[in-house]
Design a protein around this ligand. Structure first.
Ligand code: GAL
Length: 720
């Protein structure tokens, strides 16, 4: 029938109907092994996310990877530019193909069947608007697509059908008479055969990645963006943010209380009250609360505590920067503060000089860059103008990235000091920027999903802990955050302390201590992010591949009020993830606070704590809420500190315990450097391997250099 209509129309002289406007994209330029790029239209005046990357593409690392074929040689990507400054692209997909990614989407990583508005915003409930709507996705068919443009991007992910598609499904009668049963269920979303996207711009750069596995594709994306971040060692310790109105003495008492309760602590975060004015900000110390900032910062450093300062970018008329930044800022105010145009070198210079003199020079270690995300009603409108001519839309999409890039390069890197900081918005190209995302939302399951979602798009996410409704929830949230990129309690409003709930304090302390013991393993996981592009925490799809895809809940029922189109519900399990190369983490949360199920991928898995075999491709139930469920891969080798430490400075020279799980031989390449400067970029780092075979450990120093941790004091075969 379809063919008949087509022939009739062709006979009537209509050469095509619908996609005559699409043309194949042919001028793909190979950039490195597994990476191709193309420009559609004029991109010269468009802001590209990779302009804000920490480093240029790691071509040497990419070219050391195996060659892989271009994924669109058989069915090309097509495009169309309309006169109204719109670029649209049509990326063909197969019927069994599943799409994952698009940044920090806290409602799930699978995006097939969704329409997404990729706009920087506060997280609400799906739809694409989020703190980091990274326009990068990966496909179960083994490729990734990156839209390298700081524009709002609207993506129809396998939603919608072009009328001349050769793959149109047959329509199904939704209300067939009883004597003519329909051939299948009527679908509110007929199967589509493409990802389609559009931007309102004169041009668009697209980059396609291919690889041997989904992890390899993500790693190539990260390497293209300059490689992943290597935080300072202290950044991987435990963080605590004090209430907004705390002064120097109260902050010191908090540090003392942590020591008294034997809770490890590396970073203390000061919230807005450290400044003379906030919302908008002066970036100047509030002398009423901190009379001698240099002495306070030094006292903290003497105790091994780094300071992180909250700020938002909006400049208060009551600060010294206001006059200087006035001509270098946008047309609209936010909370009555200036919005500096930090694409301008003069504006960057003004902020970085002030930060260097008043913060970095006295020993401040990082920032929490707040409010760079949204809402529309708080930030500048799309018709705002900026002195550089950068469109307001691009500023909105990239403001968080621009600030990260500026502080990273012009403050920290320039002074050969690493930072690990926080930011509330990010976007494409960010893997090498030393910032971790956080949110004001607070659903525990979404916070766990965030760890997986972030891993697909070169960003890092902290499921920070603020408060809890019960001791069990408190414990479970702290367990989760200890297995994330940044372990932080943010008590800015709730004033809660780790020892808030006595009944679980020992469990809370022991999971924080376990994170500290795992520093050698964790630091190497980040070195692998930096050098090989492999994310330190990984969604399960990166570990096990896609596996059998159960896309939708077939049991969706028609309901005239709650589900009038009988739409089915996405089925996704995002409540477990990989921590480093070999530990699977399955946190307790919400209804699963005391017991839960875990799906183990194929291969033998062992209990981290006991070394016992637990399963292979099976679903198991656990009910040991006093400790977070951790499972280790067959053959894995895990280097740890022999004892817990209360501060990361005690990790230097600390003896190691090396564990081996399972029966197969295995090895671990431990990365070490000074843990705080960028000297590793000049080659100042060391590598040693620990290999287990036939019940014996063999150690080898394969690259001499700066040792960080001490010698192996003991090793153990965990699986008897
Ligand atoms: C919020 C931020 C919180 C806290 C607060 C201080 O916007 O997300 O974590 O810093 O500002 O006013």
């Amino acid at each position: 029938m379809k063919r008949l209509i087509c022939m009739m129309l062709l006979g009537a002289g209509l050469s095509s109907f619908g996609i005559g406007d699409l043309q194949p994209l042919e001028n793909w330029e190979p950039v490195a092994s597994g990476v191709w790029k193309v420009q559609i239209g004029e991109t010269d005046r468009e802001l590209a996310y990779t302009d804000m990357a920490a480093r240029p593409p790691r071509l040497d690392a990419l070219n050391a990877l195996p060659d892989v074929p271009f994924p669109f040689s058989e069915s090309p990507i097509e495009f169309h530019r309309s006169d109204e400054r719109m670029v649209q692209v049509h990326i063909p997909t197969k019927s069994d193909e599943v799409i994952y990614g698009f940044g920090l989407q806290l409602d799930g990583i699978k995006k097939s069947g969704k329409v997404l508005n990729l706009n920087v915003d506060h997280w609400a409930k799906g739809g694409g608007r989020t703190h980091a709507p990274v326009p990068f996705y990966i496909s179960s068919r083994g490729y990734g697509v990156f839209f390298n443009t700081a524009r709002y991007l609207k993506v129809h992910v396998q939603v919608g059908n072009r009328k001349d598609s050769p793959n149109l499904p047959d329509p199904v009668d939704r209300n067939p008479p009883p004597e003519e049963p329909a051939p299948g269920p009527w679908k509110a979303l007929p199967d589509s055969d493409a990802v389609e996207a559009n931007v309102r711009a004169a041009g668009l750069e697209m980059i396609v990645f291919s690889g041997k596995s989904l992890q390899d594709i993500v790693a190539r994306y990260n390497l293209y963006c300059g490689g992943g971040v290597l935080p300072p060692l202290w950044g991987l310790g435990f963080w605590h943010r004090v209430p907004s109105d705390f002064n120097a003495a109260q902050s010191q008492s908090e540090v003392t209380a942590f020591a008294r309760h034997r809770i490890p602590l590396d970073v203390l975060g000061l919230e807005p009250g450290w400044m003379t004015r906030s919302y908008p900000c002066t970036f100047e110390w509030q002398k009423y609360r901190f009379s001698d900032p240099a002495a306070f910062t030094q006292r903290m450093l003497d105790q091994g505590i780094r300071l992180n300062l909250w700020e938002n970018p909006f400049v208060s008329p009551e600060g010294t920067l206001y006059k200087k930044l006035y001509p270098l800022s946008g047309s609209h105010l936010v909370w009555l503060g200036l919005v500096p145009d930090y694409t301008l070198p003069e504006a960057q210079e003004i902020l970085c000089t002030q930060h260097a003199n008043e913060h970095l020079s006295i020993g401040v270690s990082g920032y929490k860059i707040d409010e760079v995300d949204g809402y529309d009603r708080w930030l500048w409108p799309d018709h705002a103008t900026f002195p550089s001519g950068t469109p307001a839309e691009a500023m909105r999409q990239a403001y968080g990235l621009i600030m990260q890039n500026m502080l990273y390069k012009d403050l920290f890197h320039k002074n050969n000091t690493r930072t690990y900081s926080l930011v509330r918005s990010s976007n494409g190209g960010a893997s090498g920027l030393p910032f971790v995302l956080y949110s004001d939302s607070y659903q525990h399951s979404e916070y766990i999903t965030g760890v997986s979602a972030a891993s697909l798009g070169g960003i890092l996410w902290t499921p920070e802990v603020r408060q809890a409704g019960s001791p069990e929830e408190w414990r479970a949230r702290i367990q989760t955050v200890c297995f994330s990129p940044l372990a932080m309690l943010n008590a800015w409003s709730s004033k809660t302390k780790p020892w808030e709930y006595e009944s679980v304090t020992d469990d809370v302390r022991s999971v924080i201590q376990l994170r500290m013991r795992l520093l050698p393993y964790l630091y190497t996981a980040f070195a692998d992010y930096n050098r090989k592009g492999i994310p330190p925490m990984r969604a399960m799809v990166l570990e096990q591949g896609v596996g059998p895809v159960k896309t939708r809940d077939a049991a969706a029922k028609l309901d005239g009020v709650t589900n009038p189109y009988a739409e089915s519900v996405e089925l996704e399990q995002n409540d477990q993830f990989m921590f480093g190369p070999s530990i699977l983490v399955a946190p307790y949360y919400e209804k699963n606070l005391l017991k839960r199920n875990i799906t183990l991928p194929k291969g033998n898995w062992y209990d981290f704590y006991t070394g016992e075999f637990v399963g292979n491709g099976t679903t198991i139930e656990v009910a040991t809420p006093e400790r977070i469920p951790l499972f280790v891969k067959e053959g894995a080798v895990i280097p740890m500190l022999t004892k817990s430490i209360d501060n990361s400075r005690d990790a230097y020279g600390h003896p190691l315990e090396v564990r081996h799980y399972g029966k197969q031989p295995g090895s671990f390449e431990l990365y070490e450097d000074d843990g705080k400067t960028f000297d590793y970029e000049k080659g100042d780092y060391a590598l040693r391997t620990f290999s287990f075979a036939d019940g014996k450990l063999t150690q080898k120093r394969i690259r001499p250099g700066v040792p960080l941790f001490g010698e192996v004091e003991r090793w153990m075969e965990m699986t008897k």
